[in-house]
Design a binder for this molecule. Structure first.
Ligand code: FAD
Ligand code: DHB
Length: 392
């Protein structure tokens, strides 16, 4: 089989890239290790930056997002039992949209299906070959037989644990990494959101986040150990800890309801540089991971694949490799800004240790939160980074 761009991974990066290329008349084949249901059902991101919303609108994929997504004009920061609102709209003229990654993935799958271009699910033993030449190949097993896909380029959109990044010779790629001594325990609950906007909460017991998916579904997270055993957390224990952390002095608290899904996520910051080797281009979580506190991962993935689609379109139109040559540095500028922001939000809001030795850091965090919520300059800086920088 032959195509122009072989795409490894059918998550948001892979399918959005396939769609952007389709709109430029460029052929692609998507190869995904998991089933379509698995990819859609994974509960992950929820916040789309204005730039991502603008991108989806520009390619005609924003209809359901506008109908069902929730536009938020700001967020709340809570500490010492008091909520402080940061109004993005007033500070930047921009907003965010809460729309589950599952829903976006459904929209991408449906749009892609209509293009008639193939996505192969549940491929196995995928390996990359000859991507330092003009004729890369992807070998894989599908339906119990071996296949080879010949292509001009490979897009590694296969997430942090994928095969693309490790296929690059170690001497040609540098990794920058930070792990955090905590994770997030996240739940989806059948309960009407008790606040119209997100609440990021600092407490002595650790961070907690109130978010939502729809007018009937609340999404909540609490800081836990990185290797927390979810089986140790009964629904009652989860609710009691969430209520302890989130309830404010004036009595605001999330509505309680049946827990529909729960899981633990580790936290890390990671960047691979450059995001390219020969004719293999990395995009999204395959190239970088941010701790989720800044809600940046999915948005960075969108910005990467937009840049890659533009570069490939220029190549196929004129033969010029100029944008392809700039791909990594173009993406990395945004990636490092998002890394800084996500690290900052994470460091400000989480408890790093629970001994006396961190008492100074706790006071410093409170001073930072006090400054953030009382200085227009500080609030504007958060707002500008949270709503994100334009993608298109
Ligand atoms: P992935 O979604 O990981 O997709 C990669 C795909 O490649 C997968 O489907 C995988 O099965 C496939 N694959 C892997 N290996 C192979 C292989 N060898 N062969 C073929 N296929 C392969 N981001 C935000 O912007 N906002 C948020 O609010 C936010 N919240 C988050 C909350 C949580 C709890 C988590 C875990 C993440 C959150 N993120 C958020 C991050 C966001 O979910 C990711 O950045 C996003 O999924 C990245 O998309 P991707 O397509 O690059 O990678
Ligand atoms: C959600 C996740 C985040 O990481 C975040 O910062 C805000 C919201 C969410 O899943 O809704």
């Amino acid at each position: 089989m032959k195509t122009q761009v072989g795409i490894v991974g059918g998550g948001p990066s892979g399918l959005l890239l396939a769609h952007l290329l389709h709109l430029k008349g460029i052929d692609s084949v998507v190869l995904e290790a998991r089933s379509e249901e698995y990819v859609v059902d994974r509960v992950r991101a929820g916040v789309l930056e204005q730039g991502m919303v603008d991108l989806l609108d520009a390619i005609g994929l924003g209809v359901r997002m506008h109908r069902e997504g929730l536009v938020h004009h700001g967020i709340n920061i809570s500490f010492n039992g008091t909520l402080h609102n940061i109004n993005f709209h007033e500070l930047t003229g921009r907003a965010i949209t809460v729309y589950g990654q599952n829903e976006l993935q459904k929209d991408l799958n449906q749009a892609h299906r209509q293009t008639g271009r193939p996505v192969y699910y549940e491929v196995e033993n995928l390996t990359l070959h000859d991507f330092d030449s003009p004729a890369p190949k992807i070998r894989y097993r599908y339906n119990d037989s071996d296949h080879e896909l010949e292509c001009d380029f490979i897009a590694g959109c296969d997430g942090f644990h994928g095969i693309s990044r490790p296929s690059i010779p170690a001497s040609a790629i540098q990794h920058f990494e930070r792990e955090y001594p905590f994770g997030w325990l996240g739940i989806l609950a059948e309960a009407a959101p008790a606040s119209e906007e997100l609440v990021y909460t600092w407490t002595e017991r650790g961070f907690s986040l109130f978010s939502m998916r729809s007018p009937k579904i609340t999404r909540l997270y609490l800081q836990c150990a990185p290797d927390e055993d979810i089986n140790q957390w009964s629904d009652d224990r989860i609710w009691s800890e969430l209520l302890r952390r989130l309830t404010t002095k004036d009595g605001w608290k999330p509505n309680v309801g049946p827990i529909l899904q729960k899981g633990v996520t580790g936290m890390r910051s990671f960047v691979a540089e450059p995001m390219q080797f020969g004719r293999l281009y990395l995009a999204g979580d395959a190239a970088h991971i941010v701790p989720p506190t800044g809600a940046k991962g999915l948005n960075l993935a969108g910005a990467d694949v937009y840049a890659l689609s533009q570069a490939l379109a220029e190549f196929y139109k004129s033969g010029s490799e100029s944008l392809l040559g700039e791909y990594s540095s173009t993406c990395l500028r945004r990636v490092w800004r998002a890394q800084r922001f996500s690290w900052w939000m994470t460091s400000m809001l989480h408890v790093f240790g629970f001994g006396d030795d961190t008492a100074f850091d706790r006071r410093r965090q409170l001073a930072e939160l006090d400054y953030l919520t009382s200085s227009r300059a500080a609030m504007t800086s958060l707002a500008e980074n949270y709503v994100g920088f334009p993608i298109i």
